[in-house]
Design a protein. Sequence first.
Length: 498
Amino acid sequence: MKIKVTTGDITRIKAGAIIVNFFEGTKAPEGDTATADQALDGAISQLVRQKEIKGKLNEITLIHSLGKLPADRVIVTGLGKKTELTLDKIRGAMAETCRYLRPKGVESIATIAQWTGITGITAGSSAQAITEGALLGLYSFRKHITKKDEGEIKQLTIADTDTARFHTLKQGCQTGRIVAEATILARDMVNEPSNYMTPTNIAEIASTLAHTYGLKLTILERAQMQTLGMGALLGVARGSDQPPKFIVLSYKGRRAQATDMTLIGKGITFDSGGISLKPSGGMDEMKGDMAGGAAVMAALSAITQLKLKTNVTTIIAATENMPNGTALKPGDILTSMSGKTIEIISTDAEGRLTLADALEYARKQGTKYIVDVATLTGAVRVALGDICTGVFSNNKELENKILAAGTEAGELLWPMPMYEEYKELNKSEVADIQNTGGRWGGAITAAQFLAEFAGDTPWVHLDIAGTFTSSKAHDHIVKGATGIPVRTLINLVRSLVK
Ligand code: BES
Ligand code: MN
Ligand code: ZN
């Protein structure tokens, strides 16, 4: 989609549809909505009087202009109460409006971005929210569908009468595009089935990013993992015919050598459960068990393009979890890179094994902060549904920073308890630790397992098993992969630079 900013009156724009807004509780159209109303001989104010237009959030009203305006249609989108307007609502309303217009054959749209004077909403941030809403809301994964897509909105224009705002609006659009395209990269990787998204394919995407943006890339093969003693990761990889890849992609945005942030993403390209085989119903969903890895790589691509002045490394320990003849078995004991031994209770608790070695590698390399992102437990989905990502941490300061970054992104996060008492549940009688903590509090015992390997490095773990996909489209989210928490990670890194 082409996105541009123009100075001038939106009602002068020739497009398939122009989008104006109406706030709940207001009596008559104001600003650009009033201008459109006049051009339409009072059609909008009449619909307001007749209560068809109430201004409720995401209420969409279509008026055909029948030659009264250069645009074919005027859309009045409700934004709720003016005093309660947020960037999330702007992003969501834009997405809903775009999805409403696409099947009508509309190819070009125009909108305004004038909601200044409301806290937190500037010209730049509203242009960014509009761009994100349009690009993310219209996303679809049709790569493997041979029939051509019907309907595409090819052009979006943001019109503003104030020339002084032109530059900021343009910048907002540019940031929005970078952030949305990163989110889309993550969505594409997650939606891609495991016969296309193998560890080797992830390594190839990392290599493309490295070439495009001049990033440093290290890919460790099985033999190097052996040399480094990554017994936990290798234990998982043993059951698959696909070679594992330990992918380290680094961006240097400031002169010093030190790594400021290491983002680790779970990279299981298919989780069959291994010998502790999963039930077949819904197993296809496990093609997305690399959503954490996709998210950290995608976030890094945006961080790079935004030229943030910080050094960020991403690590993805990519492998399948499969049950072949050499596969890991319940009862086996593995020695992780940290030296800690792990008793395998379930081969389906594989994510924490791969992350244990990634955490140790990150610590050995040296890093100020670690954030890991993983589709780690069904238990977090039971606890928080598909609404919130679970947040687990050993450091309150970093935890609060990421909570704020999530709020800013409109990606809901919820802090989970990390009391010492939960650690007990991971105790093994034959090894240093075991890889499951029993039936109850499974998301927390999984996080406590990771905490053992994070050590004293300030660390946050995001369990996205509930939020990495959505069963329905709403706001900027579509059905399938959500791209969560790419935008939270970008905001977090940005907030740490400030
Ligand atoms: N990848 C799964 C977790 C998951 C479940 C992700 C649903 C997305 C949606 C993970 O590897 C897993 O199998 N976890 C087990 C852990 C258990 C064996 C302790 C689980 O949650 O059942
Ligand atoms: Mn599993
Ligand atoms: Zn898994």
